[in-house]
Write a protein that binds this ligand. Sequence first.
Ligand code: PEP
Ligand code: MN
Length: 353
Amino acid sequence: MAGKGSAMSMHEVAASFGGLGFGSGRPVIIAGPCSVESEEQILSSAHAVKAAGATALRGGAFKPRTTPGSFQGLGEAGLKLLAEARRQTGLPVVTEVMDAGDLDLVAQYADVLQIGSRNMQNFSLLKQVGWVGKPVMLKRGLSATLAEWLGAVEYIKVGGCSQVILCERGIRTFETYTRNTLDLSIAVAARAQSGCPVIVDPSHAAGRPDLIPALSEAALSAGLDGLMIEVHPRPQEALSDADQQLDFPAFQSVMLRLRLLPVEAIGTVDGCRSEIDRIDDEILALLGRRMLTAKRVGALKQQMGLPTVQPDRERVVLERLSALASPGLGPCEVRAVWEAIMGCARRVQERVV
Ligand code: PEP
Ligand code: MN
C-alpha cells in the first residue's frame, strides 16, 4: 500500500491515486450523487460532502442503466460540472467511463477513472483504460469471483497503469431484502492479494440508506482503505438510485459515527456534548482495560522479583507518546495526561487504590 512502509514521500503520497489520499492514515471517503443531474445538484453536493469531511467527489456523467429509457447521464456537460465542482471545492473527481470511445473525453476531466461493475470483464476497455496514465477504480463485477476480479486488475496493469483501486460494491445472492450482498471477506482478501487499496461502496451493496452507517463502520473496522457513498441533496427526486442515496444530514451523521466529521461541522452545543460523552465512554472503557493490564504486569513483575516502578520504562512511554502529539493534543498535554495515567497505574500496581 502506498505510504505504508514504503519509501514514498508525503508529497508523493498526497499526489498518488489522483490525490485521493490513500496512505495518509485516514480513510478515503468518496461521496456525491449517483448521477450528475444539474449545476445546483452537483455543486451543492460537492460543498456539503467536503464540509462533512469527504476527500473526493463522485458523480456519474455516463450511466450504466438497466433499461435504455432511463436517464443515461449528462455526458460531457456532466463532466464539465464535475470539473467546476472540483475547482470550487478542491475535491478530486471520480467518475465512470463506460465506453472506450469516451475514454479521452472522460480522462480530460476525471482524476480517477471508474470502471463499473457491468464492465469489470470488458477486457478491451480494461486494457485501454490502463494506457491512459490515470488511476483507475475497478468495481467488482455483479457476480465476479476473487480470481476474476484480480484477473481484471492484470488487464489494467498491462498498459502500464500501476495505480488501481478496488471497490467492493456487493454481489448478487439469493437475498432480496438488500439490493446486493456486501462481501467484506473478499474485500479483505482482495486487499491482501492485490496490494491495491480496497474501498467499499455500501450504497450499491445495501441499496437502502438505513444499512449504510453500519456497513461503513464494518468496512473500516475490517481495515479497508475507504468508502464510496452516494449523497444527493434530495434523494427522493434523484434521476437514478433514488432509493439508496443519503441526504446531507444523513451523510453528516455517518461521518460523525466514523469519527471523520470535522469538529467545525458540529453545529450545536448539544451535538458537541453528545460527541464528548461518546468519547468519554470510550476513554473510560480503555482506561479500565489499561489499568487491569498494569495490574497484571505488576503481578508478573512481583513473581519475577522485579521492582514495580521502573522509571526508565515510564520515560520511554512518555517519549513515544509525546512524539505522536496531534493538533488536538500537544506534547505538553500528552505528558500531563500520561503522567496522571501512569501515576494511577502505579497505585493500582501497589494495590493502594
Ligand atoms: C456507480 O457507482 O455509479 C455504479 C453504477 O455502480 P456499479 O457499477 O457498482 O453498479
Ligand atoms: Mn448509483
